[in-house]
Design a protein around this ligand. Structure first.
Ligand code: NAD
Length: 478
């Protein structure tokens, strides 16, 4: 590793200095009350709002993300995360009493959530503002110090995040270190207490290995292929409208985007035509999306090439392009695209798509669908469009997924009372609201002995006949 990494011109020595400053400040920071944490969160909220236009501009400069999407999926999500924390922080940080078993008669117990200490947040580029700041909010709410490394692929947004956070926090509480994988690797070598990583499953494995070195706890918010099932009782127009929106927001560069759809054979034609109709309504049609100010670009040429490779490979192996398939290199433009006649050896059927290509399979028997999905890694999300409660319950019971939205796409993400995250390959641990607060906290169990003659003392050695009887009695009755 070089002493100075290239992408952000910060040396590893400087990074270590920031880390040491946070470590030295930790004793002061973890003693800060809920009231003071709330004040910080309010200041953060005001500062973010005062830079709302700057965030829109930065995101447009990075990859033409439309301003309303920045407002809704970046700023709004952060505001709800902050609101939730402010509203509930006294409860979350307060002593949470638990029951006492009879064998411990004379004691009382509670859980106290305490800060973990030094925390590292590593964020991806696809929602670079909220995926950086939401975990940061939870970590501050929990009373920690935070080093945040945003993505190198959204340089305008990442440097704005740094500027904004610097207005609110001293470096010994919150610091932003910009940089690439080399910087992230260096950060991962430091002894953090908790690492909150959002990104791909392959990098997630690297993060978890590095965390094992210090036995740091991890939250891994990862990706994968999220399926959608449209059965023969579903309202096809509604399903197509919501799937098109879920697939094409941010040009499909969404961890929660539906990756592939299983549509009942009898509804295939209706679904394809309804999907095309929705694309026309939202973006003027697959051939006109280039001219729409509401259609985002692919983040960079590498990702565009990756998607082009998927498409070429699929077509070469016999896939039909039902819609789109238009690529304009110098614009990083990939049109809304639908493929059918898919085979398992196609790259697009194996890899997370993370782009505006929807795969449409058909089925006649739901057990085939269940078998197909369960033969793959557990998805981050499962979507079911059906009017049949029986079918919905059957699918919920048979398919494991990080989260589920029934009759819509991805909106379970917006309910901060729900845990958000994946399972195994799609993630470990949960984000949002109290769930994220707990990820960043140590749940300290505290028991106090009040009795001058506790029952447990009667079981100390020497183990007389009477003691043994008491132990037998305890085993039998308590
Ligand atoms: P990525 O894994 O390539 O990068 C994420 C972060 O990790 C970046 O900050 C990057 O600099 C850093 N990184 C890259 N290589 C690294 C290495 N070797 N060691 C340590 N850190 C490294 O992911 P991405 O391309 O930025 O984002 C897309 C992926 O993220 C998709 O798989 C998507 O599904 C997933 N994602 C998941 C969620 C979620 O909430 N579950 C949200 C958004 C994106």
């Amino acid at each position: 590793m070089s002493a100075i990494q290239q992408s952000s011109n910060i040396s590893f020595t400087e990074i270590k200095n920031v880390f040491d400053k946070q470590q030295n400040n930790l004793h002061r920071l973890i003693a800060i009350t809920a009231t003071d944490r709330i004040k910080k969160l309010k200041r953060l909220r005001e500062t973010i709002l005062s830079h709302q236009q700057d965030f829109r501009d930065a995101m447009f400069a990075d990859y033409r993300k439309p301003a309303p999407e920045v407002d809704l999926i970046e700023i709004y999500v952060i505001l709800t995360e902050i609101k939730q924390a402010i509203k509930n922080l006294y409860r979350w940080t307060g002593k949470q009493k638990v029951k006492t078993p009879f064998s411990l008669f004379g004691t009382s117990s509670y859980i106290q959530y305490e800060p973990k200490g030094l925390t590292l947040v590593i964020a991806p580029w696809n929602f670079p503002i909220q995926l950086s700041i939401c975990p940061l909010v939870s970590s501050i709410a929990a009373g920690n110090a935070v080093i945040l490394k945003p993505s190198e692929f959204t340089p305008q947004t990442s440097s704005l995040i740094k500027k904004v956070l610097f207005e609110v926090f001293p470096e010994n509480e919150v610091a932003v270190i910009e940089g690439n994988a080399e910087v992230a690797t260096y950060l991962l070598s430091l002894k953090f207490n908790h690492i909150f990583f959002t990104g791909s499953s392959s990098v997630g494995k690297i993060v978890m290995k590095a965390a094992a070195e210090h036995l740091a706890s991890v939250t891994l918010e990862l990706g994968g292929k999220s399926p959608v099932i449209v059965d023969d009782t579903a309202d096809i127009e509604t399903a197509a409208r919501r799937i098109a929106s879920g697939k094409l927001t941010n040009c499909g560069q969404v961890c929660l985007a539906p990756d592939y759809a299983f549509v009942h054979q009898s509804k295939k034609v209706d679904f394809l035509s309804a999907y095309e109709k929705q694309v026309k309504k939202m973006y003027g049609g697959s051939d006109q999306a280039l001219l729409s100010g509401d259609y985002t670009r692919i983040v960079n040429s590498n990702h565009l090439l990756r998607l082009k490779r998927y498409l070429d490979d699929a077509v070469q192996k016999g896939a039909n392009i039902e819609l789109g398939g238009v690529i304009i290199d110098f614009e990083n433009y990939f049109s809304p695209t639908v493929l059918t006649n898919l085979k398992e050896d196609m790259l697009v059927a194996q890899e997370e798509i993370f782009g505006p290509i929807l795969l449409v399979y058909t089925y006649t028997d739901l057990t085939e669908v269940i078998r197909h999905i369960n033969s793959k890694e557990k998805p981050l999300a499962l979507y079911i469009f059906s009017a049949s409660k029986r079918t919905i319950n059957l699918l919920l019971g048979k398919i494991s997924a990080g989260g589920v939205t029934v009759n819509d796409i991805a909106i379970h993400f917006y309910n901060h009372n729900l845990p958000f995250g994946g399972v195994n390959n799609s993630g470990i641990g949960k984000g949002h609201g109290e769930w994220a607060f707990r990820e960043f906290s140590n749940a300290k169990g505290v028991l106090t002995q009040w009795s001058p003659i506790p029952i447990i003392e009667m079981m100390y050695p020497p183990f007389t006949k009477g003691t043994k009887k008491l132990i037998d009695f305890t085993l039998k009755w308590f």
